[in-house]
Ligand binder design. Structure first.
Ligand SMILES: Nc1ncnc2c1ncn2[C@@H]1O[C@H](COP(=O)(O)OP(=O)(O)OP(=O)(O)O)[C@@H](O)[C@H]1O
Length: 352
């Protein structure tokens, strides 16, 4: 996308309370091919992510790296294979069943395709009234109408009085995404999980939607997850960035720290291959990321090792623990850890 290269996000605030958290979660999908042969897709492996009040975390990584799956686990969309999801520090118990209304009145998920998320047969009014009535009691029709118009104003879906009777197909792409965001806000959530909310929109209106998300974060102290392939928009919007590769979270921390000083070889490759308006790199020089691994049979150890220019023996067998490289900036990489003796000696010999 073409956003202004100006970095306008606030710095990450590590003191802000954590609202929603994925703690060492994994998700494996059992699938069958057309010949009936079964396999297991290791979509997310041991991933941890924290969403803090009034902060936006951008989750970045190439296609198929598990970003949507992690967001859906956070949204209690389907059960975790292992690990847990915590809301205000309390484990969200999968045994209570999905669609738990109390949970979804606090955590809302926005998908990338606004059309698919709306009822196309019904006008804006109906789409919003339905969401409002799910979580609030209204005795007075006028009060409900007032709330619908207020929601539309909050997301700049205006003039509200004119658009309230429009059908989704009569709205522009940007207006439809505003409607989807308004519907998510109808329940007064504390957490918004936005899965590529601008990727299907015209380049000209992407910045408006990012600015809307930022205003909502600031005015309502929302904790937000922003999933994107686009580093420039992550840099524009997010307080913190977290990077996923093939289902594993490999690096995270304050946005500028991660982007200016990436620690993991995958993050370095991802940044070098992304067009950055501030970079001196010619777009023609952009690096190829290569092929991501098959998650039905992922590489052992660090899943990036087959593509990593610095891979060592231990990377092939053991996923590294998390190490903090600077304030709040962490990575899972053996280059930043003490290796077992023999490995360390071998690496030192190779360097001399
Ligand atoms: N319901 C499912 N059943 C089986 N496999 C799935 C399911 N959902 C996701 N996967 C697989 O899990 C892996 C991660 O997919 P996911 O959609 O989470 O990645 P992503 O990073 O969000 O990709 P993209 O950026 O393209 O949306 C992929 O290999 C995908 O095919």
């Amino acid at each position: 996308m073409t956003v202004s290269p100006t970095v306008s996000h606030a710095p990450a605030d590590p003191e802000s309370p954590v609202v929603l958290e994925a703690q060492a979660v994994s998700k494996h999908f059992e699938v069958r091919n057309t010949f009936g042969r079964g396999s297991t897709i290791h979509a997310v492996e041991d991933a941890t992510l924290q969403l803090r009040r009034g902060q936006i975390v951008a989750l970045v990584g190439e296609s198929g790296s598990g970003k949507t799956t992690l967001a859906r686990l956070l949204a209690h969309f389907y059960p975790v294979t292992s690990g847990q999801i915590l809301l205000d520090g309390e484990a969200v118990d999968d045994g209570r069943g999905f669609g738990d209304r109390a949970f979804h009145s606090r955590v809302q998920l926005i998908f990338q395709d606004p059309f698919g998320a709306l009822n196309p047969q019904k006008p804006v009014r109906h789409n919003l009234e339905r969401a409002l009535k799910l979580h609030h009691q209204f005795t007075d029709k006028a009060e409900l109408e007032q709330r619908v118009l207020e929601l539309m104003e909050r997301v700049n879906l205006t003039p509200a009085a004119d658009l309230v009777d429009a059908y989704p197909h009569q709205l522009s792409g940007g207006q439809r995404q505003r409607l989807v965001i308004a519907r998510a806000l109808a329940v007064d959530p504390e957490v918004l999980l936005a899965d590529e909310p601008i990727s299907m929109l015209d380049v000209s209106i992407r910045l408006d939607i990012l600015n809307l998300l930022r205003t909502l974060r600031d005015e309502h102290d929302l904790a937000m997850l922003y999933i994107t392939h686009d580093i420039a928009s992550a840099r524009y919007l997010a307080n913190a960035v977290q990077v996923m590769y093939a289902g594993q979270t490999v690096e995270g921390g304050p946005t500028e720290s991660v982007i200016q000083n990436p620690q993991h070889p995958y993050t370095q490759l991802l940044l070098e291959s992304s067009p950055d308006p501030e970079s001196s790199l010619d777009p023609g020089d952009a690096l190829e990321l290569g092929e991501p691994p098959n998650l039905a049979d992922p590489p052992s150890g660090c899943r990036f090792h087959p593509r990593c220019p610095s891979a060592m023996d231990i990377c092939r067998t053991t996923f590294p623990a998390r190490s903090e490289t600077s304030d709040g900036h962490w990575t899972h990489c053996w280059l930043h850890l003490e290796r077992p003796d023999a490995e360390q000696k071998q690496a030192e010999t190779q360097q001399t």
